[in-house]
Design a protein. Structure first.
Length: 207
């Protein structure tokens, strides 16, 4: 269907390169289907999608039977397309079970369970989530979820107003790394001071 580029170099404004390659189908973003398409989760970029999976990969109850879909921005056309694709796959499941024609729609409705909007925690992301919530209301049995990462208080205090799933992953990994360092060397500052004092003592003795 196409491909996308994700840069790793951070620009001065804090952004990175995000680009959809030429001739890619704009309605079919980067996606990963785990099990059956009973639940749909939508992300703004491939790196956010992969970051979410990195965080929750051990929690089968949270990510099982889920289609993870990248919007490559905030595109309602992608959402609409995957609504259709998910229902089409579920219809084919029902047909394989040789259900009667009048039971096909019932099967799809029963198995198409939820839609989660996992976009960035910012003004545009929240506005987009409201649009998708309105679409989901057209499906009475469909559960709608707003699943955005919360901005940590310590980052809010630093003036951070936008947060995405890659920010959340980096934050968690960084905190875990710092925690491990503290555990291995709980008094790092004092350790440095001791080295400095010890070095001064040796220099005095050598003189």
């Amino acid at each position: 269907m196409g491909s996308a580029l994700q840069g790793t170099y951070t620009k001065k404004d804090g952004s990175t390169l995000k680009k959809i390659d030429a001739n890619s189908d704009g309605a079919c973003g980067f996606n990963y289907l785990l099990g059956r398409p009973q639940n749909l989760k939508f992300f703004e970029s491939p790196i956010d999608l992969l970051s979410y999976l990195s965080i929750y990969h051990k929690r089968r109850e949270k990510i099982g039977d889920t289609w993870f879909i990248c919007l490559h921005g905030l595109k309602t056309t992608v959402v609409q397309n995957y609504f259709k694709l998910a229902q089409l796959k579920l219809t084919k499941e029902a047909q394989k079970q040789k259900l009667q024609a009048n039971k096909l729609q019932e099967y799809v409705i029963r198995n198409f369970k939820s839609v989660a909007v996992c976009v960035d925690n910012d003004v545009s992301g929240l506005a987009f989530a409201s649009k998708i919530q309105a679409v989901c209301q057209l499906f009475p049995t469909l559960n709608y979820e707003l699943e955005i990462p919360k901005i940590p208080d310590m980052m809010k205090n630093q003036g951070i107003e936008k947060w995405d799933w890659n920010s959340e992953l980096v934050f968690r990994v960084t905190r875990l790394s710092l925690k491990n360092q503290e555990y291995a060397q709980p008094e790092f500052v004092e350790y440095q001071d001791w080295n400095t004092a010890n070095l001064n003592q040796q220099m005095s003795m050598s003189l």
